[in-house]
Design a protein around this ligand. Structure first.
Ligand code: NAG
Ligand code: ZN
Length: 372
């Protein structure tokens, strides 16, 4: 990703999307529910953890590491989360360092919608990370960039899954659903080709994200659909990047989605007060809850959200800024991660997803039955 200071250009588009996005039901998770949110524990172990360890390899598009990472994601969803649909969005492109060869860029899309919805009917919490790694320096792992965010999203998917099932079952039994705010689903986009091959430019970066945003813009739903195309269905595009180093600071760059940032910051604060987080950072991961309106719009980081933001999609960008000191160096590997920070992010993002999806409706009552 790339630090830019030209945000004024994009601001009006985002404001527009803010004014037109639907209001969703939103009930904060209880303390009891927050306490049940799992961290992923040993599954984030860098040597043997089943979520993270397999992604701590070079994952450059067009190399075997790319295929190995894809297999890891697909096998996980196939075997553990069979209710999620799996879709590919494949494209190819030339890069400034690979000559005439067409390099494959292959996004993976995992989605869970209410079973009763028609195409274009559900609004989708959209959780996003890139899974490719940078071609240089040779052997670069990209643990924070973005192996950890990918593993966190796998953990979120499996942690929310049974509540999504219960919610859908109960709504079906009651004959609910079929109204726009209630038809909520979730999708996870693992994007390819985020990194520049030579140097960050408009055409040498964001290969997968650009292809997907373009494709979705031109994929019209049937005329009777509530949402006209898949971009329209995104209730919030939550992008995770550069997470896993100690003492992260994640600012709130966009006024139109600041309310969602505040919701997540509030979750972090409540979890800290309840002693549910392991890390003890110098200040909160999300310190900008009280940011003043006049302080917005001074700059932002270019990342996978750009092609979507330009098309009016609301964005919550969770990226450590300043970037981790290991950024784009050989030190961005498993050994330099701060595991309490990794597990805390995984708790915070899981709780945010549960809250967004209104899971207080299916809050587990009985402690014994509630083990997540
Ligand atoms: C996309 O690429 C993957 C990996 O090569 C392949 O398995 C899949 O069938 C392709 N999907 C489509 C729709 O082309
Ligand atoms: Zn990077």
């Amino acid at each position: 990703m790339f630090l830019a200071h030209i945000s004024l250009l994009l601001q009006p588009i985002v404001l527009l999307s803010w004014l037109t996005s639907p209001t969703l039901a939103y009930t904060a998770l209880s303390d009891h529910f927050l306490k049940l949110v799992p961290s992923g524990g040993d599954d984030f172990d860098i040597d043997h953890g089943k979520l993270l360890a397999p992604i701590l390899i070079p994952r450059v598009p067009g190399t075997p590491g790319q295929v190995a990472a894809q297999e890891h994601f697909v096998n996980f969803f196939r075997s553990e989360l069979p209710s999620w649909s799996i879709e590919w969005s494949n494209s190819t492109g030339k890069t400034p360092v690979t000559g005439d060869r067409e390099i494959p860029f292959q996004n993976l899309l995992f989605k869970r919608e209410p079973p009763w919805v028609q195409k274009g009917q559900s609004n989708l919490l959209t959780l996003v990370a890139h899974y490719d790694s940078k071609i240089t320096p040779t052997g670069f792992i990209g643990a924070t960039d973005s192996a950890v965010p990918c593993a966190i999203l796998m953990h979120v998917a499996r942690s929310i899954d049974r509540f999504v099932t219960q919610m859908h079952d109960e709504m079906s039994a009651l004959g609910e659903g079929g109204t726009v705010p209630m038809d909520m689903g979730v999708q996870i986009l693992l994007l390819d080709g985020e990194e520049a091959f030579l140097q960050w430019t408009e055409t040498d970066s964001l290969y997968g994200a650009r292809a997907l945003a373009e494709h979705w813009e031109s994929s019209q739903h049937p005329a009777t659909s509530f949402y006209k195309n898949p971009l329209d269905q995104i209730s919030m595009f939550v992008l995770l990047d550069l997470l896993g180093s100690a003492n992260p600071t994640v600012p709130s760059p966009f006024l139109p989605t600041h309310w969602a940032y505040r919701a997540m910051a509030n979750i972090e604060q409540r979890m800290r007060q309840l002693n549910l987080l392991e890390s003890s950072p110098k200040r909160p991961f999300l310190p900008d809850a009280e940011k003043q309106v006049s302080s917005f719009g001074r700059g932002f980081v270019e990342d996978d959200h750009i092609p979507f933001m330009r098309r009016g999609v609301p964005i919550l960008h969770l990226i450590a800024t300043p970037f981790p000191t290991v950024w784009h160096t050989m030190n961005d590997d498993g050994a330099h991660l701060d595991m309490p920070t990794v597990r805390d992010w995984s708790r915070i993002v899981t709780a945010f997803a549960l809250e967004w999806l209104d899971m207080m409706e299916v809050e587990p009552k009985d402690e014994a039955a509630a083990r997540m």
